[in-house]
Design a protein around this ligand. Structure first.
Ligand code: 3PY
Length: 260
């Protein structure tokens, strides 16, 4: 089987996504459905954030199915790179997992191992519900043969160590995407977000990913930010969060109503 995110990344067109922090299938579907006729082609992925935000693993199944039903790929950011957390996200039908704070090639290799079935990895077997959110897989049929190759493994580079080891991380087999968390990166490095050192670190990650044939991704705060990153060569960008767009839209309409 293939997924929206994998085919978009393979086609080399920008993979636009957004961040879901609300445990609401209605919010996810509204944001996807209302942009489905957008000239950009809409979103190919949604980050379901269980590291921060209101989502827990009790929400995974419903959210994965809501996102997949709109033709996009649900990617779950698990709270931490723990084997049982990655397993539960994939078992609930995520098309990929993202793990925070990858600092080294050992971290990256471990995350790949947790995400793949034996013999490539150690993922435990129990995909009763995963096929429900995966197009082209008939429920009841095993999807394990293709899961290892089709589901994507995304690690976040958001620390000084992560940047210093990024060339070795990018070389890890089975890893698909290096995803920069610019907020944590600035805080962990102790530098200003948008400052020279921060930007140099971001460019180093971009270069390392591309030289190793991996995809480069970054969290953006708005459309302008995302557009600039795509122009720099990023393959995958999240353009805004669900709550960010709610707050921005509401402020804009309130200002119009008040005439200011
Ligand atoms: C960061 O910017 O630190 C992220 O992980 C995205 O929210």
């Amino acid at each position: 089987f293939t997924t929206a995110i994998r085919s978009t990344l393979q086609s080399q067109s920008p993979a636009f996504g957004f961040w879901l922090t609300l445990n609401s299938a209605g919010a996810a579907k509204t944001l996807l459905r209302s942009t489905s006729n957008n000239k950009s082609g809409g979103f190919s992925w949604v980050l379901i954030d269980a590291e921060h935000g209101l989502i827990t693993d009790r929400d995974y199944y419903e959210l994965n199915n809501a996102v997949a039903s709109e033709g996009a790929s649900p990617i779950i950011r698990v709270p931490w790179a723990e084997e049982w957390m990655i397993k539960r996200a994939l078992d609930a039908g995520a098309h990929g997992v993202m793990t925070p704070m990858c600092h080294s090639e050992e971290d990256a290799a471990k995350i790949v191992k947790f995400s793949k079935y034996p013999p490539r990895g150690t993922r435990g077997y129990g995909p009763m519900f995963a096929p429900h959110a995966i197009p082209g897989v008939v429920p009841g049929e095993h999807h394990d043969a293709q899961a290892d190759d089709s589901l994507i493994v995304v690690v976040q580079i958001e620390s000084r160590a992560g940047v210093e080891n990024v060339e070795k991380i990018a070389a890890v087999d089975g890893l698909d995407v290096l995803f920069i968390g610019p907020f944590d990166l600035a805080k962990q490095m102790g530098v200003a977000r948008g400052g020279e050192e921060h930007e140099a670190a971001i460019q180093r990650v971009l270069k390392a990913a591309r030289s190793a044939g991996k995809k480069a991704a970054i969290f953006c705060t708005d459309g302008n930010d995302a557009r600039a990153r795509i122009q720099q060569g990023f393959d995958m960008v999240s353009i805004i969060t669900d709550v960010g767009v709610l707050a921005e839209g509401m402020n804009r309409q309130l200002a119009v109503a008040a005439g200011n």
